[in-house]
Design a protein around this ligand. Structure first.
Ligand code: FES
Ligand code: FE
Length: 432
């Protein structure tokens, strides 16, 4: 069905076409080959501290429950009854001793095992085996508080999936402040855009920020913002479709919030971070930076918004947003971050609206028969790979670059073309 994939996505040439943002056949393939196969972010461990605590989320369009077990492990269970498929939990979060289906009264433990049924006698007569009728479990693993899940038995381990990108994730996750936690709830909002355009924005599109967000940033700061091209040192780094772009300006992203308490906190912690992570990463704590873990999990350091771009059709997303902070940060600083994230990246946030409108029209213009095949340029920074660097991953010079976007779409294409995980090519060190 995807015979024209080479025509609509050619990252060696740095071009693609809008069809990848609109087509429903492509979307069906994405659900199967990407969302049912990749490790997807489901929760932060701090959201479910106690046994029985759970949050509801989705892996692609498959609804799941992330449940803390008695032994403190975490299970991810399909939120669909194995009898007729009814949803078994309708709340977004809570604490439960189990889940009982509304339809015929099948009752499941927090581990997903079927414990009992309404009119249970009738089942015994038909040789029913309760032990075979639990809620289906996904594979679960976590990295420093972030919990991921996948339904693919043949997927690599989470550690292999994230690869060297954990070195960069540690800038946020590995601190001497008790690790991280999510504060406040989960904000859910919808946009009429394709999920990839949003994920790609965070994988490496700082190029839009100074232009798209200029007036909002000026309003927040009461003046102009430093141009990215004038930042002293910046990079794009990618690996298997994950991408991090960053400068080493310590508080560049955070400063946009205009909160001196946050700036002070970051300055105070940079020397401690240097002892733990080294000088290089200590300059990235709240810097002009963003990342996406392939396919749809993104984070903005400094402004501390974490988000998942949940696919809801080829041209619709549901955005889940949280705020992440260092666990032992002063309450005042945490609150500043929570408010800051609301002001910038939430449904009422000034930057979110700027981005949302752009992404919706990048998607909607692709409806046309001609625009669907119009070449879209993804060629910035061809040949900017750095070979003489110690930094992990595939490293590129300068944040104003489309190297991460190319690697992201190449991974997308590779996954769509591969029938099994074993067939997914390793392009590290070969692209660009
Ligand atoms: Fe759940 Fe029948 S659908 S008990
Ligand atoms: Fe933006």
């Amino acid at each position: 069905p995807l015979a024209d994939l080479d025509r609509i996505c050619d990252m060696q040439e740095g071009r693609m076409a809008g069809k990848i943002f609109w087509d429903s056949e492509i979307y069906e393939q994405e659900l199967e080959k990407i969302f049912a196969r990749c490790w997807l972010f489901v929760a932060h461990e701090s959201q479910i501290p106690e046994p029985g605590d759970y949050v509801a989320t989705t892996l692609g369009e498959d609804e799941v429950l992330v449940v803390r077990q008695k032994d403190r492990s975490i299970k991810v269970l399909i939120n669909a009854c194995p009898h007729r498929g009814n949803k078994v939990c309708f709340a977004e979060a809570g604490n439960a001793r189990g889940f009982i289906c509304n339809y015929h009264g099948w009752a499941f433990g927090p581990d997903g095992a079927l414990r009992g049924m309404h009119e249970s006698g009738v089942y015994e007569q038909s040789g029913f085996d309760k032990s075979r009728q639990g809620l289906r479990e996904a594979r679960v693993d976590s990295y420093k508080g972030l919990v991921f899940a996948t339904f693919a038995a043949d997927a690599p381990s989470l550690a292999d999936y994230l690869g060297p990108m954990t070195w960069y994730l540690d800038v946020i996750l590995d601190n001497d402040e008790g690790g991280t936690e999510f504060i406040g709830g989960c904000i859910r909002s919808t946009y009429e855009c394709n999920w990839k355009i949003a994920a790609e924005n965070f994988v490496g599109d700082i190029l839009h920020a100074g232009w798209t967000h200029d007036s909002a940033a000026q309003a927040m700061l009461g003046g102009s913002v430093t141009k990215v091209s004038e930042l002293p040192e910046s990079y794009q780094v990618n690996w298997n479709g994950h991408g991090y772009e960053f400068a080493r300006d310590l508080v560049g992203n955070a400063a946009v919030l205009g909160e001196s308490a946050i700036n002070k906190y970051l300055h105070l912690h940079s020397p401690k971070a240097a002892e733990r992570l080294g000088e290089f990463r200590a300059r990235m704590l709240g810097a002009v930076s963003s990342f996406t873990v392939f396919p749809n999990f993104s984070f903005l350091p400094g402004q501390n918004t974490v988000r998942v771009w949940q696919p809801r059709g080829p041209n619709k997303i549901e955005l889940y947003t949280w705020v992440i902070v260092n666990r032992n940060a002063p309450a005042e600083v945490k609150e500043k971050w929570r408010r800051g994230a609301m002001m910038t990246f939430s449904p009422t946030g000034v930057f979110e609206m700027d981005d949302g409108e752009n992404w919706e029209y990048c998607t909607k213009t692709s409806r046309g028969k001609v625009t669907r095949y119009q070449d879209l340029y993804v060629g910035l920074g061809m040949n900017s790979r750095l070979s003489d660097t110690e930094l992990p991953g595939n490293v590129f010079r300068g944040q104003l670059n489309e190297a991460n976007a190319r690697a992201y779409y190449q991974r997308w294409k590779d996954l769509l073309q591969a029938r099994t995980w074993a067939e997914v090519p390793d392009r590290n060190g070969k692209l660009d």
